[in-house]
Design a protein around this ligand. Structure first.
Ligand code: SF4
Ligand code: SF4
Length: 160
């Protein structure tokens, strides 16, 4: 479920830009509002959704679990320490909240000094838990795929 931004709620603070691991949340130069420049490259991690202080980012539901006319809204409540995902179906009757706690760790403290930690060995990468990932992202050859190696170019981005 890729994300999109409600322009009227966004104030261009850039928190979604900072946190997006796929670097696809950008600030429009003219409007000074954020938008997802490549929804098809979205990891669907929802870090941006949870980080947005104005609840300006929403997600498009896939048709298999949220058919025509549905809506998916995300609401972060810092006072209660929860994130609620509200799924509402088009008949208005099936409507439920998925409630999850939010982390209380300060920004950047989850894995401090990560760069100083030893890199995972091949045996750790060659695990059923990762299944085909090392092979398909070429981690084992130390040759991570890039836009260039995939014959792609980065579009002109909008940075702040
Ligand atoms: S869901 Fe994750 S990958 Fe997608 S735009 Fe938000 S932060 Fe980036
Ligand atoms: S975090 Fe929210 S308010 Fe801030 S730029 Fe992103 S969408 Fe806009």
């Amino acid at each position: 479920m890729p994300t999109f931004v409600y322009m009227t709620r966004c104030d261009g603070c850039g928190q979604c830009v900072d946190i997006c691991p796929s670097d696809i949340m950008h600030i429009d130069k003219t409007l000074r509002r954020a938008y997802n420049i490549e929804p098809n490259m979205c990891w669907e991690c929802y870090s941006c959704v949870k980080a947005c202080p104005h609840h300006a980012i929403d997600v498009r539901g896939y048709a298999d679990f949220a058919p025509l006319g549905h809506s998916v809204r995300v609401h972060r409540d810092e006072e209660k320490g929860t994130i609620a995902w509200r799924i509402k179906f088009r008949n208005g009757k099936k409507d439920f909240d998925l409630l999850a706690p939010i982390t209380t760790k300060p920004w950047g403290t989850c894995i401090p000094q990560l760069a100083n930690e030893a890199a995972p060995a091949d045996s750790m990468r060659d695990t059923q838990l990762l299944y085909n990932e090392p092979k398909y992202v070429a981690m084992n050859d130390n040759a991570l795929m890039t836009l260039e190696s995939n014959g792609l170019e980065i579009k002109e981005g909008v940075y702040y």
